[in-house]
Design a protein around this ligand. Sequence first.
Ligand code: MRU
Length: 345
Amino acid sequence: MAFPPFHFRNNALMLLDQRKLPARETWLRMKDSKKVHWAIRSMVVRGAPAIGVVAGYGLYLGISRYRGSAAGFFRKLVREGEYLKRSRPTGVNLRNVVDEIVGRVATSGKTTVEDLKRYTFREAKRIHIEDDKLCREIGRHGAGLFRSGDRVLTHCNAGGLATSGFGTALGVLYALKGRKKKFSVYVDETRPLLQGARLTAWELMKSKIPCTVLCDNAAASIMGAGKIDRVIVGADRIAANGDTANKIGTYNVAVLAAAHGIPFYIAAPSTTFDFKIKSGKQIPIENRSEKEVSEGLGRRITPKGAKIANPAFDVTPHRLITAFITEAGVLRRPFRKSFRRLKGS
Ligand code: MRU
């Protein structure tokens, strides 16, 4: 099972337009960094790891037609990287990928512009392949935590579409299915952009994993009825103490899981960790257009002039998280200590 939402071919980046799913599978062709910036901003491509990998290719497209000196090349590379970073503020993968590529190109020892361009592309490609490997490792480690018969709840989409193809939270479920375990999934619809209803349900149905879509506000009653055994979600940025930013509504689910004694797991690769920040208080939260909330089903759903808040992410405090499932294994509390394993890997 894999749902790669992008590929690079003939000097162009092809992106599956996730805004159109599940109704249509439309691919868009990107040939410059401006288009890539727009695609990230407008959520043609979304999900922290996918955004990171796509930004790597965007960086390459940003410099691929550069003609000038090597010194000028570096200035342009940095400028393009900063521009791409401004497309969405919360996920740290985007920043990590851009900084990693810029840093490695700067110390590559390459001196001609053509060599520097080739090196930039190779780095973007390496990060792409690496992301897929990390997700498969997460799946392998996470699958051991689940049992046959489990009823699992997830929020938003942390699947193939949000990564290079395998997924983090859903990657764990794909690995579980690969082990011939039987289980079922409750999918929060995930207002306002419905990544759960549109994307997660689409992936799970294509994978033949039994799933049920829920209104976000049904989670408490389903948990109260004893119908959920575990919760698993992805992440956009994890602070050094374990506080975790993920799609708005994740915090609600974590509080509910704690209240019902249900294990709450975050599945994420090391590229989603931000050890430079101490706690979730330092995570910038993206505020998106009011229209995402005031308009639904193709028409206005709030009175004209109604005040709207649309934070795209929230921060789940580390005390509500049972464990992090990473490529370095399952990390339990005390997180500051277990995170050392990840830093070392
Ligand atoms: O706004 P989105 O759709 O980019 O938000 C996505 C999420 O919050 C995901 O759960 C997160 O990026 C992890 S994806 C592996």
